[in-house]
Design a protein around this ligand. Structure first.
Ligand code: FES
Length: 106
């Protein structure tokens, strides 16, 4: 699926993220700035924080328990649309998903 990442300055990048891969992996392997992913996708660092576009929040699987707890410790403010991008797995029905990057991850 094609995922759109929007930077805080409004610039955007559309990346093709392979199915079964997390948004974090898809973004970092393609050189997207703005996702740090210190823990490498193990739901331990919260430096892969993104804001999911409101039109899409209902279409994602619910937060994992660990994810919910970690989101309490994000560097940028937590919002109702906050997710950890390492816990959102690309699937065909997420084609066109839009996520926004926070202004900082650490
Ligand atoms: Fe560490 Fe997502 S990469 S929590």
């Amino acid at each position: 699926p094609m995922i759109t990442f929007i930077r805080p300055d409004g610039g955007q990048r559309d990346l093709s993220v392979p199915e079964g891969t997390s948004l974090m992996q898809g973004a970092t392997t393609q050189g997207l700035d703005g996702i740090v992913a210190e823990c490498g996708g193990n739901a331990m660092c919260a430096t892969c924080h993104v804001y999911v576009d409101e039109a899409w929040t209902e279409r994602l699987p619910p937060l994992f328990e660990d994810e919910d707890a970690l989101l309490e410790g994000t560097a940028a403010e937590r919002r109702p649309t906050s997710r950890l991008s390492c816990q959102v797995i690309a699937t065909a029905d997420l084609d066109g998903l839009v996520v926004r990057l926070p202004d900082r991850q650490v």
